[in-house]
Design a protein around this ligand. Structure first.
Ligand SMILES: NC(=O)c1ccc[n+]([C@@H]2O[C@H](COP(=O)([O-])OP(=O)(O)OC[C@H]3O[C@@H](n4cnc5c(N)ncnc54)[C@H](O)[C@@H]3O)[C@@H](O)[C@H]2O)c1
Length: 353
């Protein structure tokens, strides 16, 4: 069988995990790379032995019509243009999260996928984690009952990656669009994908990027001193769904907390579940309160995580599995984020239509 020819657009940090996962998949051939940063492009080409290197995505797509599918791993503002272009050239697309800068762009990406008859997937990698699979097993067996509330956090004490992440024109926002996306999507996915109807959100920039700390080891991640910081440093929101359920989210690059934390908690009529540090279920049995722990590791493992996502994408192309619900979820997520940012600026609840 002929292998799928894969191109990667945007050869920065996250491209490494896409590339390594493609290299492990026997059904694909890593075929071409594109990045507007020629130095980075050449370095990645040399590292992975890819010789078809382009600094212009349209030139690559035009000159290499044999490409079957792409991964879009650029900064956020290039997601929609690169995705729509690749779809127009007849390629399937796996686009990194967040899907786009806003819901209008996300909708245009879905429209292009339909118009050109090519698949579009969003890289919601947390859905492919072992912790998500375990939690889903318990939810599907009815152990939580009706999930009516979920609480998520993705909080860093000192952790803006700098570069484009702090530049609103290229990122679309700060920790909400960068980190919040992961936990909002995973919680909503585990809740069965309810439709959001309104949000109340707030964003802050009270600490800023805090680049002056004497202890450089205090940063979980840090940009350069000259990098811009035009995004929020913290965001919080309550998202209400059509089934009455509510999801709370908190995300920060910088916040006065003891240590970085990431949590997903689900509360249902029959039980509650916490995904980290290990999966735990809180419920009742014989009129006693019981806590259930697994007799196996259940903390999120990065081992095989991106491989699961990439293999799902490749299998979907090869097997004709429909990916449109994931793209729709990406667009729904952008609607939620748009509404949170609007709510924060207008200081009132925003209805989502
Ligand atoms: N799934 C995850 O857990 C995860 C983790 C990190 C980053 N990401 C996402 O991956 C994307 C990239 O993040 P990163 O950390 O790799 O950033 P990065 O800055 O390391 O890499 C982005 C690359 O995109 C290139 N680029 C920008 N516009 C381009 C264009 N039009 N054509 C070709 N190349 C272009 C840049 O030159 C840069 O090399 C972001 O959307 C980010 O949110 C996802």
């Amino acid at each position: 069988m002929q292998k799928l020819k894969i191109a990667v657009i945007g050869t920065g940090n996250i491209s490494n995990v896409h590339i390594k996962a493609y290299l492990k998949n026997p059904s694909v051939e890593l075929y071409a790379f594109c990045d507007i940063d020629e130095e980075k492009l050449k370095a990645q080409g040399a590292q992975y032995g890819v010789t078809r290197l382009y600094t212009d995505e349209e030139a690559m797509l035009r000159e290499l019509p044999e490409i079957d599918a792409v991964s879009v791993c650029t900064w956020n503002s290039a997601h929609a243009p690169c995705t729509i272009l690749a779809l127009r050239y007849g390629k399937h697309v796996l686009c990194e999260k967040p899907m786009a800068m806003n819901a209008t762009e996300a909708r245009a990406m879905i429209d292009a996928s339909k118009k050109y008859g090519k698949k579009l997937m969003v890289g919601f990698v947390r859905r492919f984690g072992n912790d998500a699979a375990i939690t889903k097993d318990f939810i599907e067996a009815g152990n939580l009952g009706e999930i009516y509330y979920a609480k998520t956090t993705y909080l860093r004490r000192n952790g803006c990656p700098g570069g484009w992440f702090g530049d609103k024109s290229r990122s679309g926002g700060g920790p909400l669009i960068d980190l919040g996306v992961h936990v909002i999507d995973l919680a909503r996915y585990l809740m069965g994908g309810p439709t959001p109807v309104s949000v109340y959100g707030a964003t802050f920039n009270c600490i800023g990027e805090r680049k002056y700390l004497r202890d450089k080891a205090a940063y979980s991640i840090r940009g350069k001193d000259e990098d811009p910081f035009t995004v929020e440093d913290m965001a919080t929101a309550l998202i209400r769904f059509d089934n009455g359920a509510v999801l709370s989210v908190e995300a920060s690059f910088n916040l006065h907390i003891k240590k970085d934390t990431g949590t997903i908690e689900l509360f249902g009529s029959k039980g509650g579940a916490k995904l980290s540090p290990e999966f735990e279920l809180y419920t009742e049995m014989n009129d006693y309160l019981v806590d259930v722990n697994l007799n196996m590791p259940s903390a999120l493992s990065f081992e095989g995580l991106f491989e699961n996502e990439i293999n799902y994408y490749v299998d979907s192309i090869l097997s004709d599995r429909d990916l449109s619900s994931i793209a729709e979820d990406g667009c729904t997520l952008m609607k939620i984020l748009d509404a949170i940012y609007l709510s924060a600026s207008e200081k009132k609840e925003i209805l989502i239509k």
